[in-house]
Design a protein around this ligand. Structure first.
Ligand code: ADE
Length: 513
């Protein structure tokens, strides 16, 4: 991920972030930090960047021109018509194709006490961006006209006023960067966090065992992982209830909903996984009236207690939803009335075993994808001399040409998120699989010439194992009528849910992540 910081005090940002974990991630090229001095872009011969506010009032304002030109220097090449725009805040009336009004195709955050409160879920959402521009204000603020042109998000780090946006920008970069794989260099801490997602952290202790007469809690010395884990969860709960009753209420609501959904796990695995992986948030939970919304993937998952509630739940589905998952025809009708279009009916499959599937490598000509006589019920998956590797943008054309919906934008996002894997026979890509943004396994494809070699099994087993490693329950949706895929799920040991999950599509309101 690339962070661009537009500031009048670049040394604050570099001095604040370069030492430590973020600096190490920059050195390792896991993230990049581009700090731009707004003053370098002033056209004023004295180098000034501020002036008095029209209408009077205290203090000075940052002028539009240097801010716009600094922004244009980092974001302008992604906005075609900006390359021909004249100097200084050129006013555009109509949005460029594929962009938002004013051409704001690069997410640009203005740090201001008037913004939306920064939170862990906002950090998670922004961690999905490829590039982020952070604009730091100073003095009494920035000329409104340039903000209107370039800013996509107004963010505050708290209800207090600081002298500038540099500290808030650093707070945001730190919180976002640590969510990017490789930055913390420890995958299990992310796993642990998703488990304790909605709770404050439990107390921690290090040597000596006794200090000022106080001993380390006995459970932590027991060497019993289960006991340690239970103790930590209990302490995290207690601490959250005491210190942050608001968070605790949310945690309790989520726990209660997951408990309810687990009564019929097969039919609700999409909702359970969305909540337990920390993706979806609860917009409605009143008995069997349920609406979960995953902001990042723009997927809504719905359920209504009865016909009468269907219209109310459908009305609550957020406007920018791109995909609704429903298990009730009454809801489908209500959603269609709201403009969503029925896309397909699917069977939900889930893998409930905790043991990973073994992916065996063997000669294509020897095994050809069939189970060997006498193999155990959880068989090794035969696989031609094929290797599974993560796909990059160089594979975008290949995948989007073969993916069922031929949705290039969506495939691009999945690749960007590191969620697409390919099977390679030598250097040749012969099949692929992915994880959809809301968390299900999908996008499976194998070249006709290589079908029957066990490549589909190997790809899916690979995805299952990745998910199991993170403590997730692997699941996926098979379009009704796709018998080959149904056979594959059963062969791998997946269970089929009883209810159909319908997919309804909406337009959403943003063109990309
Ligand atoms: N700039 C000044 N105060 C701020 C705050 N609380 N949050 C974000 N940016 C700011």
């Amino acid at each position: 991920m690339k962070f661009h910081v537009l500031t009048l005090f670049p040394e604050m940002i570099t001095g604040g972030l370069n030492p430590g974990i973020i600096g190490r991630a920059v050195q390792k090229d896991i993230i990049s930090l581009n700090v731009v001095n707004i003053r370098d872009y002033t056209l004023n011969k004295h180098g000034s960047v501020d002036d008095y506010p029209y209408g009077g009032g205290a203090g000075m304002l940052m002028q539009a021109q240097p801010v716009f030109d600094a922004w244009k220097a980092v974001a302008g090449d992604k906005i075609p018509e900006l390359n021909t725009a004249s100097e200084g805040g050129t006013q555009r009336d109509s949005p460029p194709e594929g962009g938002e009004p004013g051409g704001r195709s690069v997410r640009t955050v203005y740090l201001t006490p008037q913004g939306n409160p920064f939170s862990q879920s906002m950090a998670q959402e922004l961690a999905g961006e490829k590039e982020l521009v952070l604009l730091c204000g100073h003095y009494e603020g920035i000329d409104e006209r340039v903000l209107e042109e370039i800013v996509t998000d107004y963010v505050s780090v708290g209800d207090y006023v600081l002298t500038g946006g540099e500290l808030p920008a650093m707070v945001m970069i730190d919180a976002i960067a640590r969510l990017i794989p490789g930055v913390l260099g420890n995958e299990s801490s992310a796993q642990e966090e998703s488990f304790f997602n909605d709770l404050l952290e439990y107390p921690q202790y290090t040597r000596p065992e006794i200090w000022h007469g106080k001993s380390v809690p006995e459970a932590l010395l027991s060497g019993n992982h289960k006991r340690v884990s239970e103790w930590r969860l209990e302490e995290a709960r207690r601490r959250t209830e005491q210190r942050r009753p608001d968070l605790y209420r949310r945690y309790m609501e989520k726990t209660e909903l997951i408990k309810r959904l687990l009564r019929d796990k097969r039919n609700h695995i999409h909702m359970i996984e969305s909540l337990s992986r920390g993706l979806g948030e609860i917009l409605c939970f009143e008995g069997d009236n349920i609406l979960i919304y995953d902001k990042k993937s723009k997927v809504s998952m719905v359920q209504a207690a009865d016909e009468a509630s269907a219209a109310r739940i459908a009305a609550m589905v957020p406007e920018d939803t791109e995909l609704v998952m429903s298990t009730q025809e009454s809801l489908n009708r209500a959603l269609e009335e709201r403009g969503f279009r029925l896309d397909c009916a699917t069977w939900q499959y889930l893998y409930t075993e905790k043991v990973p599937l073994s992916v065996r490598k063997c000669e294509a000509s020897h095994v050809k994808g069939v189970l060997q006589p006498g193999e155990a019920s959880r068989p090794g998956i035969p696989m031609s001399q094929t290797e599974i590797r993560r796909l990059g943008q160089e594979h975008l054309d290949y995948v989007s040409a073969r993916q069922e919906h031929n949705d290039r934008r969506y495939v691009k996002i999945c690749i960007e998120l590191g969620n697409m894997y390919g099977a390679f026979a030598g250097d040749e890509l012969v099949g692929f699989i992915g994880m959809h943004r809301e968390g299900s396994i999908g996008l499976l494809f194998v070249e006709e010439a290589h079908r029957g070699e066990g490549i589909a099994e190997a790809l899916e087993a690979f995805m299952v194992n990745r998910m199991l490693k993170r403590g997730w329950t692997p699941y996926g949706h098979v379009v009704c009528g796709n018998e080959a895929s149904e056979r594959l799920q059963e062969k791998l040991g997946f269970y089929k849910a009883g209810k159909i999950v319908w997919w309804l599509t909406g337009d959403g309101n943003r063109g990309s992540i």
